[in-house]
Design a protein around this ligand. Structure first.
Ligand code: ADP
Length: 634
């Protein structure tokens, strides 16, 4: 019993309280998941001990048979989970059980919607597994001792899950963690061996860890009960799922393993399982979650795959096993070809890992390729598309494969939904069309209504409408597809290479002569801002637009870089004007220099505005515009 009763009462973090409330309410209809969560934690704890004992056998304390016992006591209304895994120190109990030490907690609370279903899925992503005990328990007692620590270093944690918990130091002979749930009156149905076994099998058959219960008496020899020895039995299959033959594994079993490793309550969107034999022997099992993890945007966030060597768990989040652009994938790699004492440093420059990694990327892109053939791809693309695009930048080897998986919004239907593949685009290209055209901008409305698209719309040439942040970088790396060059519609001189083009060019030349005077006056006026003024065939309805030089940075990228605090020397652009537009006609006749200046500045400013740019002197623009209105209404 406890000698050094150093009992103290501590408060939960505010977030924990909120989280508990939310969980108890939103997961009420799926209460049995506490079994999965507690066994899942016990399994992780045993994995960790097995791993640490590789370098320090003494941690087993003479007992290397790792397992979890599940008992219930109908009289006292308790269920107990006891594992002989790694256990926790006092500090660990405080930091793991009393707080949510995870980053992103704030984001989580911001994303709470009030919609119970959605919120309960969110909860899953946080891996607040242990707290699920409070769905069925009015109080929980957790007693633990770290493997290798002395018997005096046991810790007892107790709480009703309301606002506080107590901690005391206790004596504990057995290493590992024991969790006693004192059930609520409305959860007594779990005090039933048959029911418990069912739930355990459902959730834990795939774990490589025996889950042991007392064998139930058949009722025949009840009289001799006292003399009877307690018998135990293993109630789950206790075989690592991925080692079993694929044909013997059901979808449910695959899904359960996913929930364990992915800390998710939802089924995955897709999976791919491969068992490779030959020079190297390894098994991989990868899942695509149904939703993007909340921290997917952070490339530095822990992510990755669970690594096993010969069925022994080695580490979580082995990011060396997949490139960053596949950071949304969850799964395991189990290989026979690495030493058990492999470290993260070794993984970084390891040939075996390189081979497994490149085969894994192929498998995963193959799985995504399969998804891409069905309706589910829309959802995949919405959740993970932007991250996948990073692959064009990170993974040159698989660029072509990734390019085929991309989906875009285009002028084909002007919809904001990204649904068009490059193959589809190419199949619609006009016979003499020179390249794949795109426009990049800040948002859909800006790019869709960009004046630069006017001639493309007139000629029925499709243009990709790019608005994701990563797109600017993407087009720098994806310069061609299927032998067709990707070309920006806001860059360089326009040469659509079609038949009409020649006539148009002739006409442009004529107009350039006709407007020589206007062009020169405009150039002089806007000299500080632009490189050149020229007559365009790009525009049909707008009077003017700005175009980047062939080798220059585009305005959108410049704006993104500037917004991130970088100072970029501004590359002057070309002002292209539409000679058919009444403003240009008007300018041709304008003799008054002051008036010409007003028109000229308005022309430049509106070209800038229509591509989402910022005016240097917005008040000046408004003033000039109002002057014009007054004049017209006279
Ligand atoms: P998660 O398992 O998603 O990390 P939990 O709230 O279930 O979240 O657990 C928090 C942490 O508490 C675990 O990551 C682990 O470090 C520790 N823990 C929970 N249960 C046990 C256990 N049975 N043995 C050892 N450590 C545990």
């Amino acid at each position: 019993m406890a000698e050094d009763v150093k009992k103290e009462t501590l408060g939960f973090q505010t977030e924990v309280k909120q989280l508990l409330d939310l969980m108890i309410h939103s997961l009420y209809s799926n209460r049995e998941i506490f079994v999965r969560e507690l066994i899942s934690n016990a399994s992780d704890a045993c994995d960790k001990l097995r791993f640490e004992a590789l370098s320090d056998d003494a941690l087993f304390e003479g007992d290397a048979e790792l397992n979890v016992h599940v008992d219930f006591d109908a009289e006292n209304k308790t269920i107990t989970f006891t594992d002989n895994g790694i256990g926790m120190t006092r500090e660990e109990v405080i930091s793991h059980i009393g707080t949510i030490a995870k980053s992103g907690t704030k984001e989580f609370f911001n994303s709470i919607s009030g919609d119970e279903k959605k919120d309960s899925q969110l909860i899953g992503q946080f891996g607040v597994g242990f707290y699920s005990s409070f769905i069925v328990a009015e109080s929980v007692t957790l007693t633990t001792r770290k493997a290798g620590a002395s018997e005096d270093e046991g810790i007892r944690w107790e709480s009703e899950g309301v606002g506080e918990y107590t901690l005391e130091t206790v004596k504990r002979k057995q290493r590992g963690t024991e969790i006693v749930l004192h059930l609520r009156e409305d959860a007594l149905e779990f005090l039933n061996g048959y029911e418990l076994r069912q739930v355990i099998r459902r959730y834990s058959d795939h774990l490589n860890l025996p889950i042991i219960m007392i064998k139930e008496s058949t009722g025949e020899d009840e009289e001799g009960e006292e003399a009877k020895e307690i018998e135990y039995e293993t109630v789950n299959a206790a075989k690592a799922l991925w080692t079993r033959s694929k044909s013997d594994i059901t979808d449910e079993e695959y899904n359960e393993l996913y929930k364990h490793i992915g800390h998710d309550y939802d089924d995955p969107m897709s999976k791919v399982h491969s068992q490779v034999e030959g020079n190297l022997e390894y098994t991989t099992l990868f899942y695509i979650p149904n939703r993007a993890p909340f921290d997917m945007w952070d490339r530095n966030q822990k992510h990755g795959i669970k690594l096993y060597v010969r069925r022994v768990f080695i580490m979580d989040d082995a990011e060396q096993l997949l490139p960053p652009y596949l950071r949304f994938v969850r799964g395991i790699v189990d290989t026979n070809d690495l030493p058990l004492n492999v470290s993260r440093e070794i993984l970084q420059h390891n040939k075996v890992i390189e081979t497994i990694k490149s085969a894994s990327v192929k498998k995963i892109l193959g799985m995504v390729g399969k998804l891409a053939k069905g309706d589910a791809y829309d959802k995949f693309w919405k959740e993970f598309g932007t991250v996948l695009k990073e692959g064009l930048i990170d993974d040159d080897k698989n660029k072509d494969k990734i390019a085929k998986l991309l989906r875009f919004a285009t002028t084909h239907d002007d919809s904001e939904d990204q649904k068009v593949s490059l193959d589809e685009y190419v199949s619609r290209m006009q016979e003499d069309q020179k390249g794949i055209y795109y426009v990049v901008g800040e948002n859909h409305a800006t790019v869709k209504n960009s004046p630069h698209l006017e001639v493309f719309r007139k000629k029925g040439i499709e243009v990709l409408l790019l608005t994701d942040h990563v797109d600017e970088w993407m087009v720098n790396h994806l310069t061609e597809f299927d032998g067709k060059e990707l070309q920006s519609v806001t860059k360089g001189e326009l040469d659509l290479g079609d038949q009409e083009n020649e006539e148009e060019q002739k006409k442009t030349e004529e107009k350039t002569g006709e407007f020589k005077d206007v062009l020169e006056r405009l150039e002089k006026l806007l000299d500080a801002k632009i490189k050149e003024v020229r007559v365009t065939n790009r525009l049909t309805t707008s009077p003017a637009c700005l175009v980047a030089g062939d080798q220059d940075m585009e305005a959108n990228l410049q704006r993104i870089l500037e917004a991130s605090g970088q100072t970029i020397p501004t590359a002057k652009r070309v002002l292209e004007v539409n000679p058919e537009h009444p403003i240009l006609q008007r300018l041709k006749e304008e003799k008054d220099d002051a008036r010409f200046e007003d028109w000229g500045r308005i022309l430049f400013d509106q070209a800038l505005l229509s591509e989402g740019g910022k005016l240097e002197d917005p008040a000046g623009f408004v003033h000039r515009l109002n002057e014009m209105f007054v004049e017209i209404s006279k």
